[in-house]
Design a protein around this ligand. Structure first.
Ligand SMILES: NC(=O)c1ccc[n+]([C@@H]2O[C@H](COP(=O)([O-])OP(=O)(O)OC[C@H]3O[C@@H](n4cnc5c(N)ncnc54)[C@H](OP(=O)(O)O)[C@@H]3O)[C@@H](O)[C@H]2O)c1
Length: 339
């Protein structure tokens, strides 16, 4: 096996063999190098982020679950080394963002449909290219396609200091809308202010309703964005004005949003879910194609910036998943497959 690995016919893959704590559920295994089928490419991976969706999948808590065993990782950056078909030939030899909708990005070599290998300009470094799609597309789609936020409007968002939250702030500066950010720690408020945020509320639960009312100071806000759930989501919903909509796109607390029907009836408010993979099903190929170009432009200009945290080599995956789940981590944790 070792000889084969040296010869280059085998690769290393992070594999999830059982559901549960990612530290014990994952192992680093040796597998034969994959080959591309029609319309597919093989990408030699450079780096992949550890997103909350990866950890939830390993814990068997995500919306759609693969069969065990599986290689996790929904995105990353790498170089296309082989492929089959016209769409593959256009990217062979290029550095690409990998959109691995079925997982598998946490391997030295990953097979994806050629149309999901997005060539990346040199102006985008590896750490940003690794997080090219999941969070940037979510922030962009919610702002521009779902809520259609216009210049001068106000949005309240929770989980504001996270990667998606910071991208929403980047879009707010770019487009000219205002965000009232909700975070749970004082350090996060300082971080957001450095990014140009004007209003940050530190709080959770019922006291958050009062804090948000003070922050709004009588202004109307018809849009809320929540990735926490529980009483944080409920407080944002309560703070919205008539016909307000709360977009729920995550459940980081693990708690359901407790909603008194009266909160919805009074002011005819609504809660709407957003899941990127479902949203993509409603978009034409052309729309998605244009979106890839839009994201590349906004990432190049720093409008959509992924805060980069600690970077770990694949063999140190246990430290990597532990850091990714730590409260107070500095930014997006990356797994590197090349030294
Ligand atoms: N629906 C979709 O299609 C979609 C797409 C992309 C992302 N998402 C979701 O978006 C969310 C954010 O993703 P991300 O990549 O931005 O994550 P991230 O970078 O890890 O940031 C998460 C943020 O939420 C905070 N947080 C975590 N648990 C919390 C809790 N119980 N109460 C209050 N704050 C809490 C964290 O604060 P600390 O630093 O204090 O831990 C951190 O600031 C996740 O739920 C992810 O699954 C959904």
């Amino acid at each position: 096996m070792i000889v084969d690995y040296v010869k280059g016919s085998l690769m290393r893959a992070l594999v999830c063999n059982s559901w549960g704590d990612p530290q014990s559920a994952l192992s680093l295994e040796t597998r034969p190098n994959p080959t591309a089928g029609p319309g597919q490419v093989v990408v030699e991976m450079i780096a992949s982020p550890i997103n909350p969706s990866d950890l939830l999948t390993i814990r068997n808590q995500y919306g759609r679950q693969p069969q065990l065993p599986f290689a996790p990782g929904f995105e990353g950056v790498g170089k296309v080394i082989s492929g089959r078909g016209i769409m593959a030939w256009r990217v062979i030899g290029k550095r690409v963002a990998v959109i691995a909708a079925d997982g598998g990005a946490w391997q030295e070599q990953c097979v994806i449909p050629a149309i999901r290998a997005i060539p990346i300009p040199d102006s985008i470094p590896d750490d940003q290219a690794a997080s090219f799609f999941v969070n940037p597309a979510t922030a962009w789609a919610i702002v521009n396609n779902v809520l259609k936020i216009r210049r001068g409007e106000v949005l309240i968002q929770s989980a504001a200091a996270g990667a998606v939250g910071q991208m929403i702030q980047g879009l707010a500066k770019h487009i000219g809308f205002e965000v009232i950010h909700v975070v749970r720690r004082d350090e996060q408020a300082n971080c957001l202010k450095q990014l140009g945020a004007s209003t940050v509320v530190v709080g959770q639960g019922e006291p958050l309703v009062t804090a948000l009312r003070e922050a709004l100071a009588g202004r109307h806000c018809r849009m809320g964005l929540d990735a926490i759930g529980g009483t944080t989501g409920a407080a944002i919903l309560k703070s919205l004005s008539r016909h307000g909509t709360l977009i729920s796109y995550g459940r980081l607390s693990g708690d359901p949003i407790p909603v008194d029907p009266g909160t919805l009836l009074d002011g005819m408010k609504s809660i709407q879910g957003f899941w990127l993979s479902e949203w993509m099903k409603d978009q034409s190929k052309l729309t998605l194609w244009r979106l890839f170009g839009t994201l590349a432009g906004l990432i190049s200009r720093g409008v959509l910036h992924s805060p980069t945290g600690a970077i770990f080599q694949a063999e140190n995956f246990r430290d990597a998943v532990s850091e990714a789940g730590r409260i107070g981590k500095e930014g997006k944790v990356l797994i590197r497959f090349k030294a």
